[in-house]
Design a protein around this ligand. Structure first.
Ligand code: 5GP
Length: 116
């Protein structure tokens, strides 16, 4: 098993102790170990999916749940009005370093506009 996917699998199996802030039947959310903003939470599927390239129609419920949970956590953390960013990195050009699909939820301060 690739170590870079294994980290999140170890978090799921609780072999690595991490503050899990949300978990249901499909997804799990926990704080990023190296936060890039005051709120930096990772939301992952409970089953292994390597990258966005590996999704198919069977994953629609999981992918929808990831967004729903991000929106709920943003409200719980009271960053929904000020706003936040959702990021999914895919493969090398997308700066993915952990090859286990994950969604970043970033908020709590003004982000940098990377498009202009
Ligand atoms: P990527 O660059 O793959 O989109 O993001 C991977 C993220 O996982 C990074 O923000 C990194 O800080 C985070 N990360 C890496 N290892 C661990 C870990 O062991 N625990 C937690 N909570 N986050 C991790």
């Amino acid at each position: 098993m690739n170590n870079k996917k294994n980290i999140f699998q170890q978090i799921l199996s609780k072999k690595i102790i991490t503050n899990i802030i949300y978990q249901d039947d499909l997804v799990t959310a926990f704080n990023d170990i190296k936060p890039q903003s005051p709120i930096h939470i990772l939301i992952i599927p409970n089953i292994f999916i390597q990258t966005l390239n590996n999704i198919n129609h069977k994953h629609e419920l999981i992918l929808g749940r990831m967004l729903l949970v991000a929106s709920k956590i943003a409200k719980k953390k009271k960053i929904h009005k000020s706003g936040y960013r959702i990021v999914i990195n895919c493969n090398v050009h997308g700066c993915q370093t952990i090859f286990y699909l994950h969604m970043h939820l970033l908020g709590g301060r003004q982000g940098v506009n990377i498009f202009f």
